[in-house]
Design a protein around this ligand. Structure first.
Ligand code: ADP
Length: 483
C-alpha cells in the first residue's frame, strides 16, 4: 500500500461524467517497474464507457464554453494550486508506477502544474481581429472559438506533464477533454482527475477512461462528436491514429518519436557540454523523446569529452526511484531492456566499444547501467532508432557540413542540441538543423512558456507557450453587411 498524505488521490476507478466508476469485471494491473509487483488495479474499460464519456463531454461543452474565460481561469488556477500542494503525493504515485527517481518525479509534478498555471492565464488572452474591409458597407471580424470535444492519448514516460500540457490549454480554451492515459501509468492520471474534481472542474469537462487502448482509441477517433485528438507517443501509433482520424477529418496534434542529435564542436565549453549531455541523455533513464540519442563529438576533443563524460557517468547511482540519491531508475519493462541490449549488441558487433556500463545493472531485472559507447558510426541501429535507455553513443566527426548532414539524416525532427562558443557558427547550425526545438549550449529546453513540438515525422502542432492554445481553437470569420 502506498503511503500518501491524501489517500483519496489513489484511485482505482475511472472518472466519467463527474463520478468515479469502479471496474465492472476485468481490471488492468498497475505494477512497479522496479520489481514487477502489483501496486493497484484500474478498470479495463472499453467502447461502452468511452461512448458514455463522449456524451458527457458533449453535454458539458455548451455550459463550459459559455463561461467567461476569467471564470474558467479561476477554476484552472485552483487545479494548479492543488497540484502544487499535492506534488509529493503525485511524485510518490509517479515513482511507484513509472520508476523515475523521486526528485525527478516531484520536478515533473511542478512542471505539470506549470502548464495549468500558464494556460489559466493564456485563456484570458484569446484575442480576435478586426480586418479593415475592402468596401465601406461591411465589417470583417475574426472570432476564435473552442474546437469542441477533444480526446487525448498519453504515454507513460511523463505520466503527469503530458496530460496537463493537453488538458490545460483545452479547458482554458473552452473545450472538454476525454483522456486515455498509458496503461502503465494510470494512477497519476486519475490523481490529476481527482484534483480537477476538487478544484471544481464541472462534470464531463475532464474525464479519464482506462482500458483497452485500441478499443478506446477506435471509439474516440471514429466519433463525429470528438473534433480533435491530441496524441503523444510513438510515431508508429501516431500514424495509425492519423489514419483513423481521416474519415472524420479530425484536427490532430501529434508529439511523436525523436532521434535527438547532440553535437559538441571543438570550440565548445567542454564542462558545459558534459553537464548538458548528462542532463539530456540520462534524465528519466534516457526515456524521453528529447533525450540525446546520438552524440556527435568533433575529432579534436573527442577523447577528452569521452573521458570527462565517463568520469561522471561512472558515479551515477542506479537503483529504485525511492532510494536516496538515485539518478538512474528502472526502465519501464522487460521489452525496454531488451531494446537497449539489442542496440548495444548491434553497435558492438559493428565495431563500437564500451567505455563504461554496457550491461544490465545488479539493481534488478529492469535496470541498465548508464553506458557510453565509443567508435559509433551511422551504420549502427543507435544512429537510426530511438534507444530510450541510458546509453550514450559517441560518434566522431570532422567538419560542420558533415555533422549537419548526419544530424539531419533521420525521418525524425523533434529536438537537437549543439555546443559552440562561436557566434557565426552557432547561427549557421541553429538554422540548418531540421528540428522543432534546438538547444544551444544547454541540454534542458522544456518549459511551459516555450513551444514544444517536432517537424518531419516527429509530429504536428505545438504544446506549451502562447502557440499551444491555438491547437484548441478554430477561427471563425464573421462578415457583417451594415450598408
Ligand atoms: P510507447 O512506446 O511509449 O508505449 P505508444 O505509442 O505505444 O508508445 O503508446 C502511447 C499511448 O498510445 C499509450 O497510451 C498507449 O496505450 C496508446 N496506444 C497504443 N496503441 C494504440 C492504438 N492502436 N490506438 C490507440 N491508442 C494506442
Amino acid at each position: 500500500m502506498m503511503n500518501l498524505n491524501d489517500q483519496s488521490l489513489l484511485r482505482e476507478e475511472c472518472f466519467i461524467d463527474g463520478a468515479w466508476h469502479p471496474a465492472k469485471g476485468r481490471k488492468i494491473s498497475v505494477t512497479d517497474p522496479a520489481d514487477g509487483r502489483e501496486i493497484a488495479t484500474v478498470p479495463d474499460f472499453g467502447a461502452a464507457e468511452t461512448e458514455a464519456a463522449i456524451q458527457a463531454a458533449n453535454a458539458a461543452l455548451g455550459p463550459w464554453s459559455a463561461l467567461a474565460a476569467k471564470e474558467r481561469s479561476a477554476i484552472l488556477r485552483r487545479w494548479f494550486d492543488l497540484i502544487v500542494e499535492h506534488a509529493d503525493d503525485l511524485a510518490t504515485l509517479m515513482t511507484a508506477e513509472q520508476g523515475k527517481p523521486l526528485a525527478e518525479a516531484r520536478g515533473e509534478a511542478l512542471y505539470a502544474a506549470s502548464f495549468v498555471e500558464w494556460f489559466a492565464e493564456e485563456g484570458k488572452r484569446i484575442y480576435g481581429d478586426v480586418i479593415p474591409s475592402p468596401t465601406t458597407d461591411k465589417r470583417l471580424v475574426v472570432l476564435r472559438q473552442p474546437i469542441g470535444v477533444c480526446a487525448a492519448i498519453t504515454p507513460w514516460n511523463f505520466p503527469a506533464a503530458m496530460i496537463t500540457r493537453k488538458a490545460a490549454p483545452a479547458l482554458a480554451a473552452g473545450c472538454t477533454m476525454i483522456l486515455k492515459p498509458a496503461e502503465q501509468t494510470p494512477l497519476t492520471a486519475l490523481a490529476l482527475a481527482r484534483l480537477a474534481e476538487l478544484a471544481g472542474v464541472p462534470a464531463g469537462v475532464f474525464q479519464v477512461v482506462t482500458g483497452d487502448a485500441r478499443e478506446i482509441g477506435g471509439v474516440l477517433t471514429r466519433s463525429d462528436v470528438v473534433r480533435k485528438l491530441s496524441f503523444t507517443g510513438s510515431t508508429e501509433v501516431g500514424r495509425i491514429l492519423m489514419e483513423q482520424c481521416a474519415p472524420t477529418i479530425k484536427k490532430l496534434s501529434l508529439e511523436l518519436g525523436g532521434n535527438a542529435p547532440f553535437i559538441v564542436f571543438d570550440d565548445a565549453d567542454l564542462d558545459a557540454a558534459v553537464e548538458g549531455a548528462l542532463a539530456s541523455k540520462y534524465r528519466n533513464a534516457g526515456q524521453t523523446c528529447v533525450c540525446a540519442n546520438r552524440l556527435y563529438v568533433q575529432a579534436g576533443i573527442y577523447d577528452e569529452f569521452a573521458a570527462r563524460l565517463a568520469e561522471r557517468v561512472k558515479q551515477m547511482p542506479v537503483g529504485r526511484g525511492t532510494d536516496n540519491g538515485v539518478l538512474i531508475g528502472p526502465l519501464i519493462d522487460a521489452d525496454a531492456i531488451a531494446k537497449v541490449e539489442s542496440h548495444v549488441a548491434d553497435a558492438l558487433d559493428k565495431g563500437a566499444s564500451v567505455l563504461t556500463g554496457g550491461q544490465r545493472s545488479q539493481a534488478g531485472a529492469t535496470f541498465y547501467e548508464p553506458t557510453i559507447l565509443t567508435g559509433v558510426t551511422q551504420a549502427m541501429r543507435v544512429a537510426r532508432e530511438e534507444t530510450f535507455g541510458p546509453v550514450a553513443p559517441l560518434f566522431r566527426f570532422e567538419t560542420e557540413e558533415e555533422v549537419i548532414a548526419m544530424a539531419n539524416d533521420t525521418e525524425f525532427g523533434l529536438a537537437a542540441y549543439f555546443y559552440s562558443e562561436n557566434v557565426r557558427r552557432s547561427w549557421r547550425v541553429a538554422e540548418a538543423l531540421e528540428y522543432g526545438i534546438v538547444g544551444h549550449n544547454t541540454g534542458i529546453i522544456s518549459n511551459e512558456v516555450a513551444p514544444f513540438g517536432g517537424v518531419k515525422q516527429s509530429g504536428l502542432g505545438r504544446e506549451g507557450s502562447r502557440y499551444g492554445i491555438e491547437d484548441y481553437l478554430e477561427i471563425k470569420y464573421l462578415c457583417s453587411a451594415i450598408g
